[in-house]
Design a binder for this molecule. Sequence first.
Ligand code: TXA
Ligand code: MG
Length: 354
Amino acid sequence: MPADPESPLSTSVLPTDTGLLMHQAVEAAAGLLRRGEVVALPTETVYGLAADAFNAQAVAKVFAVKERPSFDPLIVHLPTAKDLESVAVVSDELRPVLQKITDAFWPGPLTVVLPKKDCVPDLVTAGLPNVAVRVSKNAVFRRVAQALGRPLAAPSANRFGRISPTSASAVNAELGGRIPLIVDGGACLCGLESTIIKIEPAQPKALITILRHGPITAEELKAFGRIEKKRQPRGDEAAEAPGQLPSHYAPSTPLLLPERPEDFVPQHGKRYALLSYRGDWQDGFVGLTDWAQIQILSPGKGKLPEAAVRFFYTLRQLDELGVDAIVAEPLPEHGMGVAMMDRLRRASHGSLHP
Ligand code: TXA
Ligand code: MG
């Protein structure tokens, strides 16, 4: 069993830099997937740990390798947008608005939750009647999905509750020895997990609920419907996006997210690292203490998409320092800043100032 730490697998990392290498890597990945194995593949958001979505035993390996609880469902990645109705039921009322949204954003970092077809194993959706679907824009991922000719169930390629990997080496640090193959497609273009939405047909405009913020922003989605605020589940109500636990996306090091520079008071003898937005002294954080390290998300003027690309990479770097806490500067809460602040709030949940 690949997840057995007692008998580690040897994990190959295959490059895709030339046409020939790409071809070889795609063939190797598709071959393993056909045999019911799991492989790590690049997507435009973060690296995914993929399995044939119609093979429940292969999907079970994904949960085992990630140590992911089975109540947390997986996203299904289609080879092409035309394959949507092989896994999901699309009602006549929903079809027009769904078509407009998928025409605009697929292939790309948008996941849509729809009623599932029976052919999707319950394990994939954690028993939910809905399936989350998207079509990746990444050329390597698409070639593998198209070579296999079947949808791929693929969560982020990290151990449960940890930071999503945005490079092949980060996947190796997370899952090396547990999986047979990582296909190296370079750094992920977006760097943040896909936006997840639910769409309800309504007049005069459809209702769009953002279940997880990501690279496709509320501002962009507004053109297609009214954006509904996500309602927090009450009591024992099942969460609509069950993986949205407060503790998600967390580094192992405590993470502090002070609203203003003066809200962080460094303690004597403690070591801190700073996750800075622009690295600008005028923002008030850089000069607060003698930081063990400063990682800057978007040096200079501060650009949110650039910050998003570096977000998990820089968090990972700071996490490896072994400092007492990481302090994160608050980011502007518009565009992709909403998704990053969501991740930072979750990561800081329960972190006490050491
Ligand atoms: O960008 C991404 O979405 C990446 C890449 C690999 O595609 N995948 C990813 O998967 O972030 P994962 O498993 O780490 O997060 C997917 C989240 C789940 O935690 C869950 O909240 C939500 O998607 N989800 C999956 N299936 C769902 C369903 N049927 N209904 C509601 N939410 C669902
Ligand atoms: Mg994840």
